[in-house]
Design a protein around this ligand. Structure first.
Ligand code: AMP
Length: 284
């Protein structure tokens, strides 16, 4: 497996694969890999001739007071896991490689970036859209893989790729969970044992919402009240938001129909966790 730090080397890999008529899949990550990340790699290895993972803790998507400095990092272990997953190359640039002195161009996906997490993390999705654009422009992959765990991010990137005519298919991969339902996340490593024990309540609440919907309930208020009650019954969890929105525009819906996202963000101590379910309901 090749490991490189420069955009030039990434472009060379792209040129070599194109010359041999091989397809290329890109898996952008911030490292400290877990099985959720590796599932994206597995999907790419299955679909594409060459798979490149990127590992870059992107400073521009962290706000002041967020965990950029303390974000977990373990490149050696990540490289081992990627090798085992049969990834072909890893791009792990320094910040200066992606953000040269004088950098002043950003990508903003209007509207979608201001909902849900965007309300509490201003500028976050501008940072995400900008770095993903730079990675896509550098690797020029045929397909790029993103987790549904970060549903708003996936929806924003799909919109951006469409709006900017990016020649790349964006593939969403289902959330990989621990045995007790907790969505895998690099940030789970921050949790104390007590917080870790409480954390699955988020997914339990989402499953309860889904059960109500499966038995015919469509009233958002009633569904969110029931799910919110489950979350609030866990004293270690501080709910930030719990919303049911349309996947088209991420705006709240009163009655559930069509493509729906039920998304939650909550703090366990200092750790902010997110989770969601996506539902495809009859339009009428
Ligand atoms: P991150 O390193 O957290 O920026 O995540 C890199 C990619 O992995 C993003 O597309 C995430 O949505 C995806 N990802 C993170 N956790 C999971 C998970 N539990 N299941 C599936 N994909 C995930």
């Amino acid at each position: 497996m090749k490991v490189f730090k420069t955009i030039d080397r990434l472009r060379k890999l792209r040129r070599d694969t194109a010359r041999n008529d091989l397809s290329i899949g890109l898996v952008p990550t911030m490292g400290y890999l877990h099985d959720g990340h590796i599932e994206l790699v597995r999907r790419s290895v299955r679909d594409c001739d060459v798979t490149v993972a990127s590992i870059f803790v992107n400073p521009t998507q962290f706000g002041p007071g967020e965990d950029f400095e303390s974000y977990p990092r373990d490149l050696k272990r990540d490289i081992k896991l990627l090798k085992e997953a049969r990834c072909d190359a890893v791009f792990c640039p320094e910040a200066e490689e992606l953000y040269p002195a004088g950098f002043c161009t950003t990508v903003t996906v209007e509207g979608l970036s201001e909902q849900l997490c965007g309300r509490y993390r201003p500028g976050h999705f501008r940072g995400v859209a900008t770095v993903v654009t730079k990675l896509l422009m550098s690797a020029l992959p045929d397909r790029a893989y993103f987790g549904r765990k970060d549903a708003q991010q996936l929806i924003i990137i799909e919109r951006m790729a469409k709006d900017l005519n990016m020649p790349c298919r964006i593939i969403g991969v289902p959330t990989v969970r621990e045995a007790d339902g907790l969505a895998m996340s690099s940030r789970n490593s921050y949790l104390t044992p007590e917080e870790r024990a409480a954390a699955p309540v988020l997914y339990r609440a989402l499953c309860a919402a889904k059960e109500m919907i499966d038995s015919g309930e469509r009233d958002t208020k009633r569904i969110l009240a029931a799910a919110g009650k489950i979350i609030n019954s866990e004293p270690m969890v501080k709910l930030q938001y719990l919303e049911a929105v349309s996947r088209e525009n991420l705006l709240p819906v009163e009655t559930l129909r069509g493509k729906i996202l039920i998304a939650v963000a909550a703090f366990l101590g200092k750790t902010r966790l997110i989770d969601n379910i996506m539902l495809d309901l009859e339009e009428s």
